[in-house]
Design a protein around this ligand. Structure first.
Ligand SMILES: [Zn+2]
Ligand SMILES: [Zn+2]
Length: 374
């Protein structure tokens, strides 16, 4: 079967031929892969900035935003059957007894750093025609999400953030409107999304669904399909070319929540200064090295203290976030079918995957698909 692999030692990315995997343990499932989404992490792995093969192996099969169809189940597997659609959980627990998050099934909070991530760190990914994996890490997806479920994994980032946000908001008495239902915790609040990539726009859908009045702030002006998506879902788009950071509050009013999804540390830092009283600032982008600036830490910390602000970093996602992402994607798909479809580019067959990944990053989600063998 075909797979896409990186060879870090020789700095090569290749379409390789591997033997079809077979179930070797009774708790495993075999998947035929349907769609694999590509993100900045894949590009970093393919330019050898990141990513590590499984121990003792020379290459890493990449791909972590996956949708597969179960074709075979081990004898101990319950709750999954051939024909089911699943999205695999990317991160797997570290082996250490002292790591409480991993022992509690919350490896997204792993404290040792010795976790594995399929397609990223120490475990093969899903950009392959077939995969064998542990059944308990498979998240069942309803059939009607077949064409959009590749967005589940990037949506889990917003879902994990939102779950933490909900906890934080409940501890800030004035935050939640007494008239708001549990699904509408953002009612009466303003949210600003930094970045109009798939993670940002999926985050915008999640925050709008939670009742926040939502703005998306990014580079670029119309025409741009991402700006159309923002508009169609009911967010207001602000271009960095038209609105300087210092004027954001003039357009928005008090910024109660920032959801950063761009990985640009300077922009993130500047916007932090605009966060409103009692505001929460969620960082999800992983910045690489950027220009150094002079800063006044005392002014920054003074504001954080005097305004009761929270800065929250969040990475990866646990099982609850996958379940929430699947449920929310179903809602988004019903509410904004065109906008959800517009987040995804045309499918690229696996034979042309490498070129697709190494090309300039697409503005919307690139997806690699697998022609059926039957
Ligand atoms: Zn990704
Ligand atoms: Zn751990």
């Amino acid at each position: 079967m075909k797979a896409v692999a990186v060879f870090p030692a020789s700095k090569e990315v290749k379409l390789i031929e591997r033997v079809d995997p077979a179930i070797t343990r009774p708790d495993q499932v075999k998947l035929r892969m349907l769609d694999v989404g590509i993100c900045g992490t894949d590009k970093e792995i393919c330019t050898f900035a990141y990513g590590s093969p499984p121990q003792g192996e020379s290459y890493l099969v990449i791909g972590h935003e996956a949708l597969g169809e179960v074709v075979e189940v081990g004898t101990d597997v319950r709750g999954l059957a051939p024909g089911d659609l699943v999205v695999p959980t990317v991160r797997r627990p570290c082996p250490h007894a002292r790591c409480r998050p991993c022992r509690a099934g919350r490896q997204d909070f792993c404290e040792t750093g010795d976790f594995l991530e399929h397609g990223i760190k120490g475990a093969h990914g899903y950009l392959a025609e077939y995969v064998v994996d542990d059944a308990r890490y498979m998240n069942l997806v309803p059939r009607d999400l077949r064409h959009v479920a590749v967005l589940v994994e990037p949506l889990t980032i917003a879902e994990k953030a939102e779950a933490q946000l909900y906890g934080l908001m409940q501890r800030r008495p004035p935050w939640i409107d007494p008239a708001a239902t549990e699904r509408m915790i953002g009612k009466g609040h303003n949210a600003l999304i930094l970045g109009a990539g798939p993670v940002g726009l999926l985050g915008a859908m999640a925050l709008l669904s939670a009742g926040f009045k939502t703005w998306v702030y990014s580079r670029g002006r119309e025409p741009d399909p991402r700006i159309d998506v923002a508009r169609r879902i009911g967010a207001t788009y602000l271009s960095t070319e038209d609105v300087p950071v210092s004027q954001l509050s003039t357009h928005i009013g008090p910024i109660d929540l920032v959801y950063e999804a761009v990985g640009h540390s300077l922009l993130a830092f500047e916007v932090l200064r605009e966060l409103g009283p009692n505001g929460i600032y969620v960082l999800t982008g992983v910045p690489d090295k950027q220009t150094l600036i002079e800063a006044d830490p005392s002014a920054l910390f003074r504001e954080l203290v005097l305004k009761n602000q929270v800065v929250l970093g969040t990475v990866n996602a646990g099982p609850q976030a996958f379940a929430a992402a699947i449920a929310d994607l179903q809602t988004f798909h019903l509410r904004w079918p065109d906008a959800v479809s517009a987040l995804m580019d045309e499918r690229t067959p696996i034979d042309r995957a490498i070129q697709r990944i190494l090309d300039r990053p697409a503005r919307i989600k690139s997806i690699i698909s697998f022609p059926s063998r039957e």
